[in-house]
Write a protein that binds this ligand. Structure first.
Ligand code: UGA
Length: 588
């Protein structure tokens, strides 16, 4: 079958990706596109979109000459024997499908077929509503070519299931191939082509009618979108229940083989060029056939509201957003693409602007596309650090790998108020919610109101007190008492001893409790309560380690001002000391 030359009408995302994959497997491919600028760009080795591996495969295909490009449709038909229609099928303003490009490609193919000698197969790969291949495409080609379908040319509908970000991988390893055929000969020829492409590892193939194949494509996308909307619906319920977490719900139901774990990741909603377009087109098509599709309606309704859940969580965390500096991490509709079509970030940024927030945005790949959408209304950060600097709340909108690698400390170091709303569930709840203000889609409200317990030590040597200056917020640059948070599996004394050794190098022994204190700004975590111990040094060597920038003994009569409640704790201690001294004096 490799002797057959293929042509692709439409070099968008599906057309170009498929073309370079076929060329990689040793097929001769001719690419046609009505846009001469696009042809020029592709001919120079640059794909008009970002998709992993496509650029490399394109360069390889151009160098090997397995791929050639033309803006003459007749040349593409004349030089090939199988033509794939891979043009776009966007939405009309009312949601119905716009078939203009499909009609125009069919017309060009029909015209070119008049002169064509020998059998030619036309394969529709653009997503089209049921009946389109048979009732619109076939008559156009027949009309222009004046040749009956089934005589000298054949017709198939062959849906694609490529995901952006893994389109090349999906092309080489599809779950199945669906061939809708006008007649047996057409289906046979397409199946043979794929047998040549997959070389003995032919994926499961279903050969069926044109209309079934068209419907499979819509049902597939509708079901996937419905699965995500379903878990987002559950996420919204979880958010209201103390201790609930949608991640556990998804894992729990995903292990049921009848449900499966994929497409159960809750978040700020689905986006992209396909789901909304296809669901709206399906709904419109069904309506025209007097059929209601209530599950598709609900899927869209849930998704329309989902991005705003992130804003609600941000408000719960830091209050009204007016005048606040908010960082948006992630703009593309999903990772590994620069595609902003129907991205949820668009709704989120617009809503933030309406609320009067000052916004900085960052995405590893989609900044240029974002500029076309948001214009001058937002700050386009150059890096994650630039985006988070002095921010009062960070919103995770797309789950890029480099965002996943961020630790609580990165946010604490850079932000004015370290507050994170995880819209894609990429962070470990325990470690984030114990270190900074944290909220996440589908996470029960109790999680980030947990009180945190800390312990501090007052270490007096002669007439001096040991103090530390830390390098991290909220104590950054301020003098305070040594100590830290109590870990789950430690006693208070063990924890205090460990923290002080990590911070100052000194081994201490806690003697007695001076008091229990709290202060609203003492930590980014709400309700920090600290137990303060009078302690003595039993070993070690004084040095600044771990998070402390400086450790030093200060004379009691020349103490610096201390951070937050530490000032009060120390004064309290000194007062107690004086009182007990004077009591002793009295007793004496
Ligand atoms: C989708 C389908 O997955 C492909 O099979 C289909 O070929 C394609 O549409 C199309 O019709 O052309 P794509 O839009 O590239 O592919 O991306 P998906 O991976 O399906 O993701 C769509 C959206 O759902 C993204 O915004 C993603 O973040 C979101 N999503 C996905 C979730 O929120 N949770 C999940 O568990 C999965």
């Amino acid at each position: 079958m490799k002797d057959k030359v293929l042509s692709f009408f439409g070099l968008g995302y599906v057309g170009l990706t498929s073309a370079v994959c076929f060329a990689h497997k040793g097929f001769k491919v001719i690419g046609f596109d009505a846009d001469p600028e696009k042809i020029k760009l592709i001919n120079s080795g640059k794909p008009p979109f970002y998709e992993p591996q496509v650029e490399n495969l394109l360069k390889e295909a151009l160098e090997s000459r397995f791929l050639s490009l033309t803006h003459n449709p007749a040349e593409a038909i004349e030089g090939s024997s199988i033509t794939f229609i891979t043009v776009g099928t966007p939405s009309n303003p009312d949601g119905s499908i716009n078939l203009e490009q499909v009609k125009s490609a069919s017309m060009q193919i029909g015209q070119a077929l008049t002169k064509k000698k020998g059998y030619h197969l036309v394969v529709v790969r653009s997503t089209v509503t049921p009946g389109t291949t048979e009732n619109i495409i076939k008559p156009i080609i027949e009309g222009y070519s004046r040749k009956k379908c089934g005589d000298t040319w054949g017709l198939c509908f062959n849906p694609e299931f490529l995901k952006e970000g893994s389109a090349v991988k999906d092309t080489f390893n599809p779950d199945r191939i669906i061939i809708g055929e006008f007649d047996k000969a057409s289906g046979e020829m397409l199946e043979k082509l794929y047998k040549g492409f997959y070389e003995g590892e032919m994926p499961k193939t279903i050969r069926t009618t044109l209309v079934n194949a068209e419907l499979v494509k819509y049902a597939n996308n509708a079901f996937l979108a419905m699965k995500v909307s379903f878990i987002n619906m559950m996420a919204n319920l979880c958010q209201k229940l103390s201790g609930a977490d949608v991640e556990v719900i998804a894992e729990g139901i995903g292990l049921d083989k009848r449900i499966g774990s994929l497409f159960l990741k809750a978040g700020v909603g689905w986006g992209g060029s396909c789901f909304r377009k296809d669901l709206e087109a399906l709904l419109d098509f069904a309506l025209k056939n007097n059929v209601e599709l209530p599950l598709v309606e609900a899927t869209l309704k849930i998704n329309n509201l989902q991005p705003y859940k992130l804003i609600e969580l941000a408000k719960e965390l830091i209050g009204e957003l007016n005048g606040k500096k908010i960082s948006v991490l992630g703009l593309a509709f999903k990772p590994e693409t620069d595609d902003m079509r129907d991205a949820v970030s668009i709704k989120i940024v617009k809503k933030l602007l309406d609320e009067g927030a000052c916004i900085a945005v960052y995405d590893p790949k989609a900044m240029e596309n974002a500029k076309k959408i948001f214009g001058k209304g937002v700050k386009y950060a150059e890096s994650i650090e630039d985006c988070l600097k002095n921010s009062e709340c960070a919103l995770i909108v797309t789950e890029w790998e480099e965002f996943k690698n961020l630790k609580p400390q990165n946010f604490i170091n850079l932000m004015k108020i370290p507050a994170v709303v995880d819209g894609r569930r990429i962070y470990d709840v325990e470690s984030f919610s114990s270190k900074l203000r944290f909220a996440a889609i589908g996470l029960g409200e109790k999680k980030y109101y947990n009180p945190a317990l800390a312990a501090n030590a007052i270490i007096q040597k002669n007439n001096s007190i040991l103090l530390v200056k830390r390098s991290i917020k909220p104590f950054k640059g301020l003098w305070s008492l040594p100590g830290g948070f109590i870990e789950y599996d430690e006693t208070v004394e063990e924890s205090l001893t460990r923290e002080i050794e990590e911070e100052t190098g000194l081994k201490i022994k806690p003697l007695k409790v001076i008091g229990v204190f709290s202060h609203p700004l003492r930590s980014p975590v709400k309700h920090v309560i600290t137990i303060c111990y009078e302690s003595i040094i039993v070993g070690g060597e004084l040095k600044a380690c771990s998070e402390s920038a400086e450790v030093k003994f200060f004379p009691i009569d020349n103490l610096p001002k201390l951070a937050f409640d530490h000032e009060k704790i120390l004064r309290n201690y000194l007062k107690l000391k004086n009182t007990s001294c004077s009591n002793k004096k009295h007793a004496a």
